[in-house]
Write a protein that binds this ligand. Structure first.
Ligand code: ZN
Length: 124
């Protein structure tokens, strides 16, 4: 049975999350900047050359961008969780995730066994 996180442990995890958040914010900024300008030029031109390749490329960019946004919102969710009583608890079973695991994976929302179960079910 894991102990609840102490204030020092919480603030350490918070600093890890904030650091990751800054990194992903950078990535997201650059990602949205380049695809926003590409969207503009696509709207202005209606030529049909290289249509397929262009769509593939655009799709990959948007996917990448959504990925960063998803991570950012997850980090925000984790930061919010640090403030409430459920901090450090597995969102599936309610057991403590464990400080070591949270340092290794500050975004962890599940204990190791629930994570394994979750990944098994999402693979199908
Ligand atoms: Zn669990």
């Amino acid at each position: 049975m894991h102990e609840k996180l102490t204030l020092e442990q919480k603030s350490h995890i918070e600093s890890l999350l904030l650091k990751q958040r800054a990194e992903y914010e950078e990535l997201e900024k650059h990602g949205s900047f380049s695809s926003a300008s590409r969207f503009d030029s696509l709207n202005e031109r209606s030529s049909n050359f290289d249509e397929r390749a262009r769509d593939d490329k655009l799709g990959a960019d948007v996917k990448q961008e959504n990925h960063y946004l998803a991570i950012l919102s997850k980090i925000d969710r984790c930061l919010k969780r640090l403030d409430d009583q459920t901090c450090g608890e597995c969102i599936d079973c309610g057991q403590q995730i464990g400080y070591d695991r949270m340092v290794a994976f500050p975004m962890a929302e599940r204990c190791l066994s629930c994570k394994i179960e979750f990944e098994k079910s999402s693979l199908e």
